[in-house]
Design a protein around this ligand. Sequence first.
Ligand SMILES: *Cc1c(COP(=O)(O)O)cnc(C)c1O
Length: 492
Amino acid sequence: MSGGPRQPDIGARLTFDLGKPGRTACSLPPCDVPEADLPPPSLLRRELNLPELSQVDLVRYFLALSRRNYSVDSGFYPLGSCTMKYNPKVHEKLACLPGFSGLHPLQPLATVQGALALMHDLQRWLADITGLDGVSLAPAAGAQGELTGMLMVKAYLADRGEAGRTRVLVPDSAHGTNPATAAMAGFQVVTVASDSQGNADTQALASALDDGVAALMLTLPNTLGLFDPNIGRIAEMVHRKGALLYGDGANLNALLGRARFGDMGFDVVHLNMHKTFGTPHGGGGPGSGPVVAKGHLTPYLPTPVVAKEGEGFVLATPERSIGRVGAFYGHFGVLVRAYAYLRTLGAEGLRQVSDNAVINANYVLARLRPAYHLPYDRRCMHEVVFSGSRQRAKGVRTLDIAKRLIDYGFHPPTVYFPLIVDEALMIEPTETESKEALDAFCDALLTIDREAEEEPQVVKEAPHTAPIGRLDEATAARRPVLRWRREVGDGS
Ligand SMILES: *Cc1c(COP(=O)(O)O)cnc(C)c1O
């Protein structure tokens, strides 16, 4: 940062406080229609403290706010398990074509055949990519896809007279949505330990598997970024006991075009369109979590699914459907982006995605391994999980390292997850970053490691460059200040 006088930080104050009475951002022409009477005074607020700003002040205010936003478009965003890849802008443009964005969900089907054809293709391709048979595009996000899948498992078991299977096994490395989903679907959650290699412990699994188990929910690669080489045997163990194998496919980046859930023995999986398939996310925008199932579970898919009938497409309800999981057809705009993404890349392109995602993660692994403890020291898939335990011994915690990265211009990786890694740092570089970007990020982390040794206070008090440093999180949670009040004593 340069010396010299600092510009006033416009975004640091609210428009309310920046305003001056009488200023307006636009002037309207004189009213040339008869004025209507105001509603009765009892219905009017006496004072409405709206900010009064000129147009240029307003523009500067919002621009200043937007610059405080960190996004994939502004820099490297290695948030593990979230797959913050760059999403090509052309897909946004396609999703905004009036023929898509102007559709109304209650339009007669005859007038939306193109949209249905797109959904039908997407269903088919997702089935191909996963090696499974039937797809519903309805779930609105990964977690809802999980819930949908587990409700299908429940309905399937009930139809077979096996409603007594009330337990669901979840490895201790799983994403928090897995146990939450199983519980929401009415199952009892049983945690299965991981072994020293970071795989599901097959002995623990064998002893937990009995006639009361409905399913094992497995993430592959798991949240340690590791591929479980026992997957074939695990699938066999689960099926031999009459249970089903649920796959968390939120992070398909590692497997695209290389391995298929169906071939590995999974019965039902969910995918995240907003991680793997080209929809930007992170701001809580719409997502999409299609659920994909083997033949014996497809009659239970939620309604509607798009089916071909003669030359056209219709909306169908599978025979034993669990019903609706949302309004209408899912998040159509996200589906258009996924369709465009798949058409753009093609089979060869998808393989390159997973190749590069895995190579990039292993490059980061190799560069940081001398400085950061790698609890599971083996080749990783799309992400790598380090532990900040060495730095902690010097009094610097993983949280401090993450905050310090902000000073170097990077979004911090996921921290303290998965729970089984002490002081976890979970880095997912994705396939869309160059070697230069990866090197800059690794250099920053190596510098922070040296700082932890030489000037730990700098790391512990980071970030120094962000508009807000460390929050008092306890006070923020206990006494949140959520209401604007006019700044007092502001004579300006
Ligand atoms: C992101 C994620 C989920 C949940 O997906 P949402 O769309 O955020 O609900 C589930 N499992 C894993 C492994 C994930 O990374």
